[in-house]
Ligand binder design. Structure first.
Ligand code: GTP
Ligand code: SPV
Ligand code: MN
Length: 583
C-alpha cells in the first residue's frame, strides 16, 4: 500500500540531503542480518564471542558523542513563551535558515534509511506512527529493537498523513554542527551531528516525550518519563505503578526488580516512557510506547539486577562498554575481573585492572535489548488497552535532605511534589555530574512546551480522574555522614513498594510531616536488613531547617515561570512554607 504523504515527504528530504540510495525498512530479520553484516565490515559493529553473546555486537561511538547534549537541543515553537524558561528555543524560521542548510548534501555517498516505527502496542488506539529518516545503520538496528519497526508501522499508518516526521543525519559528528530541533506545531524533528541514544533514536525522547507531551496536552493525555511495573502481593492483590525518575536514577532497575521479600512478584511493562489516558472507569491507564530497553550498563550485575543480566543473554547491541580478551563485555560494577587483567576500554584502548585509572566502560554505556527478553516481562506489554495505574512515584537522586519515601497529601500536592523535584545530574547527559538541579517530573530535558503549562495539564488531568492514583516521592540515594548509601536499594526497594501497596489498601502507618506522610519506622519492613535503628531514623528524617532552605530555592525556581505558574502550585508552595514554619 503506498502512502502519498509519505512518498512526497521522502522525496523532498532526499532532494535536500542527496543520498546515493534510499532504503525503506521493512523490519524483517533478513534486513537486520544484512545490515549487521554491512556494519561488521565497516567496523560500526564489532563481534563478540558467539558462545557468550549470541547474535550480539559492540558499538563504539565517537568519543565526543556519548550522551544526550541538552544545550544543543531546541524546541522550535512559533512563540518563545510556548517553549518556556527551561527549554532552549529558536524560532522555526531561524531553524530553517541556520539548521536546515547543515543538512544540505549530508547524505552524499550514503544510504538514506527510511524507518517507519510504531510507538505503542499493535492495534492500540493510543499508538502513534513516526517515520525516521537516517543515514546511520546503527540507528536503524537500534530502532528495530526499541520500537515496533517496519511493515507493522506502515500497516498502522495506512494512507493517513498522521505521522511524526523525523530527519536524522550523522553529519560530520561535530558538536559544532550538532542540533536536535523539535517543531511541536508541525510534529517534525531535525537531528544532525550525533549518533547517540536520545539524540539519534528519534522515537524515544524526541517523539515519545518532547512531541508527544505537546500532543498529549492538546488531546487530553500524558507522555511521561516513567517506568511501568506490576506488583502482586503474597495475598494475590495486584497493582500497576508508574514511576518518574530522572535519567540514570533507577527506572530500569525498579521496573526489573527481583523482590527480596518472599511472596511478592514484580512484572515489567516499561522502563523509560509511559503514555497515560483517562479510562472510562476514572482511572489512569498506561501503555509503554517502546518495545526495547536502552539501559545503563554500569552497575548492572547478577546481584543488583539479575533480570537485566538474563535479558542480555542474546540479541543485544552494546554501546561503549569494555571488551575482554575472551570476547565478552564488561563494565564497572559487573566484577569478576582478576587483578592485572587486560582488556580494551570503551574507546578501544588497552586497559588494565588495578593499573588504569580511567573507567573501562563509559559511565553512560548502554545495552539495547527487546524488553520481552526480561524474565520479568509482563504479558500486558502488548495489551492495546494498557494497564490501570494505582500509584505514581516521583524520585530523585539526593545525597541529603529527601527521605526514603513519603506520600503526597492530595493530587494538587502531588503535582507540586513532582514540579519541585530536585535530582543530582548524571552521565546520561553531557556536563557536570552530581550537581543538584530542578528536574520537574523527571521531564526537565523532555517537556516539549512551557513547564508551567505542563503543570496546568497535570492539574487538569487530575480533575478528570474519579479514581486518581496515590502519589509518592522516593529517594534511594540518601547518604549517611560516612558518605555511604543509607538504603540498600535494588531488590530491597520492594520493602518501600510493600508500604505503598498497604497505603493503597488503606493501611500502612505513617507520620504526618510537612512534606507529606512518611512511614513510621515500624511500618517499613526492615526485617533481615542490617540497618541500625539510628540509620533507619536518618533514612526517614525530615529536617525542617534544611527544608526551609530548600523551599527558598524552590521559590526562586517557580518564580521563573511568572504569571504562567498555575495558582494551585503557588498555593501548595505557600502551604508547605507554612507547615515547615509551624515545626
Ligand atoms: P535512563 O535510562 O537514563 O532514563 O535511566 P534509568 O532511570 O532507567 O536508570 P537505571 O535504572 O538504569 O539506573 C541508573 C544507575 O543507578 C545504574 O548505575 C544503577 O545501578 C543505579 N541504581 C538503580 N537503582 C538503584 C538503587 O536502588 N540504589 C542504588 N544505590 N543505585 C541504583
Ligand atoms: C535518558 O537519558 O533518560 C535515557 C537515555 O533514557 S537516552 O535514550 O539517551 O535519552
Ligand atoms: Mn530515560
Amino acid at each position: 500500500m503506498s502512502n502519498q504523504h509519505l512518498d512526497t515527504w521522502i522525496q523532498s528530504v532526499a532532494a535536500h540531503l542527496q543520498p546515493d540510495t534510499i532504503h525503506i525498512c521493512d523490519g524483517s530479520v533478513a534486513e537486520r542480518d544484512a545490515l549487521e553484516q554491512q556494519m561488521l565490515q565497516t567496523g560500526t559493529l564489532l563481534t563478540l564471542d558467539p558462545g557468550r553473546h549470541p547474535r550480539s555486537f559492540l558499538h563504539r561511538s565517537d568519543p565526543s558523542d556519548v550522551a544526550r547534549t541538552e544545550h544543543l537541543t531546541f524546541i522550535c515553537s512559533e512563540k518563545k513563551e510556548d517553549a518556556g524558561p527551561t527549554n532552549n528555543w529558536i524560532s522555526p524560521a531561524e531553524a530553517r535558515t541556520r539548521v536546515w542548510p547543515v543538512f544540505a548534501g549530508a547524505m552524499k555517498g550514503r544510504t538514506m534509511y527510511v524507518v517507519p516505527y510504531l510507538m505503542g502496542p499493535v492495534g492500540s488506539s493510543y499508538s502513534k506512527v513516526g517515520i525516521e529518516i537516517t543515514d546511520s545503520p546503527y540507528v536503524v538496528a537500534n530502532m528495530r529493537i526499541m520500537t515496533r519497526m517496519g511493515k507493522v508501522a506502515l500497516d498502522h499508518l495506512g494512507t493517513s498523513s498522521d505521522f511524526v516526521k523525523g530527519v536524522h543525519s550523522l553529519g560530520d559528528l561535530s558538536p559544532e554542527r550538532r542540533y536536535i530541533c523539535h517543531f511541536p506545531e508541525t510534529r517534525t524533528i531535525w537531528s544532525i551531528g550525533s549518533g547517540y541514544g536520545g539524540n539519534a533514536l528519534l522515537g524515544k525522547k524526541c517523539h515519545a516525550l518532547r512531541l508527544a507531551s505537546v500532543q498529549g496536552r492538546d488531546e487530553g493525555w500524558m507522555a511521561e518519563h516513567m517506568l511501568i511495573l506490576g506488583i502482586t502481593t503474597p495475598t494475590g492483590e495486584k497493582h500497576y505503578i508508574a514511576g518518574a525518575f530522572p535519567s540514570a536514577c533507577g527506572k530500569t532497575n525498579l521496573a526489573l526488580l527481583v523482590p527480596t521479600l518472599p511472596g511478592y512478584k514484580i512484572e515489567t511493562v516499561g522502563d523509560d516512557i509511559c503514555w497515560m489516558h483517562v479510562g472510562e472507569d476514572g482511572r489512569l491507564w498506561a501503555i509503554n510506547p517502546e518495545a526495547g530497553m536502552f539501559g545503563v550498563a554500569p552497575n548492572t550485575s547478577l546481584k543488583t539486577n539479575p533480570n537485566a543480566m538474563k535479558a542480555l543473554a542474546n540479541d543485544v547491541i552494546y554501546t561503549n562498554v569494555a571488551l575482554r580478551k575472551d570476547g565478552s563485555v564488561w563494565w564497572e560494577g559487573m566484577n569478576g575481573l582478576a587483578d592485572g587483567e587486560e582488556m580494551l576500554d570503551w574507546r578501544g584502548q588497552p586497559w588494565k585492572k588495578g593499573v588504569s585509572t580511567e573507567k573501562a566502560a563509559h559511565p553512560n554505556s548502554r545495552f539495547t535489548v527487546d524488553i520481552r527478553q526480561a524474565p520479568s516481562a509482563s504479558d500486558r506489554i502488548d495489551d492495546p488497552r494498557g494497564v490501570p495505574i494505582s500509584a505514581i512515584l516521583f524520585g530523585g537522586r539526593r545525597a541529603k535532605l529527601t527521605p526514603l519515601v513519603y506520600e503526597a497529601r492530595s493530587w494538587e500536592h502531588a503535582v507540586y511534589v513532582g514540579a519541585t523535584m530536585v535530582s543530582e545530574t548524571t552521565a546520561a547527559a553531557t556536563g557536570a555530574v552530581g550537581v543538584p538541579r530542578n528536574d520537574p517530573m523527571a521531564m526537565l530535558p523532555f517537556c516539549g512546551y512551557n513547564m508551567a503549562d505542563y503543570w496546568a495539564h497535570w492539574l487538569a488531568m487530575g480533575e478528570k480522574l474519579s479514581r486518581p492514583p496515590k502519589v509518592f516521592h522516593v529517594n534511594w540515594f540518601r547518604t549517611g555522614d560516612d558518605g555511604k548509601f543509607l538504603w540498600p536499594g535494588y531488590g530491597d526497594n520492594i520493602r518501600v513498594l510493600k508500604w505503598m501497596v498497604e497505603r493503597i489498601a488503606g493501611g500502612g502507618k505513617a507520620n504526618e510531616t510537612p512534606l507529606g506522610h512518611v512511614p513510621t519506622q515500624d511500618a517499613l519492613d526492615f526485617g533481615g536488613l542490617d540497618i541500625p535503628a539510628a540509620r533507619q531514623q536518618q533514612l526517614l528524617a525530615v529536617d525542617p531547617a534544611a527544608w526551609s532552605e530548600e523551599v527558598a530555592r524552590t521559590g526562586e525556581f517557580l518564580d521563573k515561570f511568572g504569571d504562567r505558574l498555575p495558582a494551585p502550585i503557588r498555593a501548595q508552595h505557600e502551604a508547605l512554607k507554612g507547615r515547615i514554619k509551624a515545626r
